[in-house]
Design a protein around this ligand. Sequence first.
Ligand code: ADP
Length: 230
Amino acid sequence: MIQFTDVFKTYENGIKAIRGVSMELEDGEFAFLVGPSGSGKSTIIKLITGEVAPSDGTVIVNGYNMGTIRPRKMPYVRRTIGVVFQDFRLIEKKTVYENVAFAMRVVGATNKEIRQRVPYVLDLVGLDTKAKMKPMELSGGEQQRVAIARALVNNPRMIVADEPTGNLDPARSLEIMMLLEKINELGTTVLVVTHEKEFVNNFSKRVIAIDNGHIISDGLGGYYDYELEQ
Ligand code: ADP
């Protein structure tokens, strides 16, 4: 679960990126986070992943208080979150299988665990036949599926995706959104930052709209056009 209570984030240069945000994302929920460029979306993601600390207010992520957490505890909270980026961030020299397996190796999984889990997640994202390929041999949509498999492989409670379809054409974007929806239906909490109005309005999911560091609306689909285009 994510819980923001009256959160502020002021960067060292004085920019007030987040100004009094309160919101909650329950376990098992799916939500879109939308808003214009510079509105504070990435800062919210970074507050969730612990990349930046709140200047004021409280950020609780899966039971950890991100403002007071000790650095040595940070790996524990990070393991509860799988992060997906716009630019995939795959290791080019490794195969699809090894990219996903590597995420398990770094948290100390055994070879047996890896052999059991990696084929399962590759099948889940529809890449079971491409395990031996390298990222360069895949389409953008397939590369993003590898990144999603990697985010899922350690069985996180939550997936946080920052513009996951930003580099993809509309058909591939729809496939990625549907995959994230399926992952949510299997029980993982999903938060997706996106500019893709089409999806936001067609998926009828919760939409949290942010502008200028404030939440300006929070509710079921359709709010995006209404709030931002008037
Ligand atoms: P979005 O993801 O919606 O585009 P960001 O969270 O990246 O918005 O940025 C919100 C505001 O904070 C912007 O004005 C941006 O310039 C500023 N900002 C983001 N990151 C930093 C940083 N590391 N240092 C200083 N200012 C930053």
